[in-house]
Design a protein around this ligand. Structure first.
Ligand SMILES: [Cu+2]
Length: 173
């Protein structure tokens, strides 16, 4: 099944100035689904995993399920859940995927549900754009682009205070 992603590049103003509101959130529509603002975090040297975060809205009348995905920068794209059990933060793979009920939206964010890129083939650097194909049970494959934010970024629109984004931080491509 093929869906051409509608990637709004309203984000030209991107991360250059601090305090940019996420009003110009990147959105991708695929059937009944709207994928909002996928982002990830820069990885420290040698890290083999990275988290991926986004909002998935299901505007349809039927439930869908995020079951996984694929990307060129990692061996696998898994769907994980993070939870505090007896005071200890643990995470596990959702082997049946993450359901998105009809008419609902699900937020994947640090400390909760998230995408996990495992077997990273290269470090993620702030400012990178990482193409990822998300796989849904109903909507099929959906191509999105994850924005890589600073190491300390906590949520959409949040930048760590110490970010040194003087531009030109694109060592390749
Ligand atoms: Cu994880």
């Amino acid at each position: 099944m093929r869906h051409l992603p509608i990637v709004l590049s309203l984000s030209a103003a991107l991360v250059l100035s601090a305090g940019v509101l996420p009003a110009a959130a990147q959105q991708t529509k695929a059937g009944d689904l709207v994928i909002v603002q996928p982002w990830s975090r820069a990885t420290p040297g040698g890290a083999k995993v990275a988290g991926g975060f986004l909002v998935i809205e299901n505007k349809g009348a039927a439930a869908d399920t995020l079951v996984g995905g694929a990307t060129g920068v990692a061996a696998k794209v898994e769907v994980h859940e993070m939870a505090v059990t007896n005071g200890v933060m643990t995470m596990r793979e959702l082997d049946k995927g993450l359901p998105i009920a009809a008419g609902q939206s699900v937020t994947l964010k640090p400390g909760g549900y998230h995408i996990m890129f495992t077997g990273l083939k290269q470090p993620l650097k702030e400012g990178d754009k990482v193409p990822v194909t998300l796989q849904f049970a109903r909507a099929g494959n959906v191509d999105v682009v994850f924005d890589v934010r600073g190491v300390g970024a906590k949520d959409v629109g949040t930048k760590d205070a110490g970010t040194k984004d003087a531009g030109g931080a694109h060592p390749h491509k």
